[in-house]
Ligand binder design. Structure first.
Ligand SMILES: Nc1ncnc2c1ncn2[C@@H]1O[C@H](COP(=O)(O)OP(=O)(O)OP(=O)(O)O)[C@@H](O)[C@H]1O
Length: 304
């Protein structure tokens, strides 16, 4: 649905997006991460036709955006990094106006439904100057959903939202992807990205330094999965279990409450269970600890 090839943006002598290439498929939630100034918004602005690339290509639905800009407006929704609204207009007024600009015919009922989807029910007729930052963000998301777009770009969709609203918006994003919509979102909230994104790209100083599913990033970064097993076993039975695991090349050591194991892939887990059964080890509790996206992100910074 989205294909970006060698996309570059220079402002004067400064390269703010440098030779970026990626693709996003239908129904995917793609997370674009990076610290402030990394070039995330500039990438979105180039894909959505707001900023002209210095070089490179952008294809949406297989069509070259620079050659055929009309595709952008018809089937694409955008929540920009900052939305400007008319203070004396209500949510209903804004959606009506944006609908007209996008040439989408919407009945009053559709507008109410859209505002309910983003959690603005009860505020439809209130003027925007009385809105909190979070309410303006929700209005921006409603605006992005006008015309039921196939590709939705969301620049920081949950920043400024309270935790409850952020959960609602995450559920909405997830539901949109379940309906086959393609979501490209930026976020600073790594925990959020871990929860909802199918794939991520990490951007640093205009360049993508890591890209893939979380599993791929973990494997690429040789990130181990730590497993803690709680048991009430006698010491000699524990030793025998540890020896069997070591013979299979699995790191294992005894702890006060049981065992600490380290594996590179969860594919090994069924074998661990088989060995435990064979060795007569009763396991009361299992705790997994996987390397977080935050760690990958921080380590990725350290390599620069
Ligand atoms: N119109 C412009 N002219 C000159 N420099 C610009 C312009 N727009 C953006 N930049 C610079 O490009 C760099 C990337 O900006 P961009 O807004 O894409 O970053 P970002 O990753 O979205 O950051 P944030 O998380 O703060 O939104 C920044 O250093 C910014 O100052």
């Amino acid at each position: 649905m989205i294909k970006v090839e060698n996309l570059t943006k220079m402002y004067g002598n400064r390269t703010v997006v440098n030779n970026v290439t990626f693709q996003v498929g239908k129904g995917e939630i793609f997370g674009y991460l990076g610290k402030n100034g990394a070039g995330k918004s500039t990438t979105i602005n180039m894909i959505t036709g707001i900023v002209r690339p210095t070089s490179g290509k952008v294809f949406l639905f297989g069509q070259d955006v620079l050659e055929n800009p009309s595709v952008i407006y018809q089937k694409v929704g955008v929540l920009p990094d900052s939305s400007n609204f008319y203070p004396t207009y209500s949510s209903l007024d804004h959606l009506t106006l944006f609908g007209e600009l996008k040439r989408v015919k919407m009945k009053k009922q559709d507008l109410y439904q859209l505002l309910e989807r983003v959690g603005l029910q009860g505020h439809e007729k209130k003027k925007v100057h009385s809105y909190s930052l979070g309410m303006k963000k929700k209005l921006g998301i409603a605006q992005a959903l006008i015309g039921d777009p196939e590709i939705i770009f969301l620049d920081e969709p949950t920043s400024t939202l309270d935790p409850e609203s952020a959960i609602e918006i995450r559920e909405l994003i997830f539901a949109l992807s379940q309906q086959g919509k393609t979501i490209f979102m930026t976020s600073h909230n790594l925990e959020e990205v871990e929860k909802i994104c199918h794939r991520v790209a990490i951007m640093q100083n205009g360049t993508i330094t890591q890209m893939g599913t979380l599993r791929e990033l973990r494997e690429k970064n040789q990130a181990s999965i730590h497993i803690y097993l709680v048991t009430k076993q006698e010491a000699n039975a524990k030793d025998s279990f540890i020896q069997s695991l070591k013979q299979r090349g699995i790191f294992a050591k005894s702890t006060e409450s049981g065992f600490h194991l380290k594996i590179d892939s969860d594919q090994v887990f069924p074998e661990i269970i088989s060995i435990a059964v064979r060795e007569g080890i009763s396991i009361y509790r299992v705790q997994f600890e996987e390397v977080s996206l935050e760690k990958i992100f921080l380590e990725s910074k350290a390599t620069q």
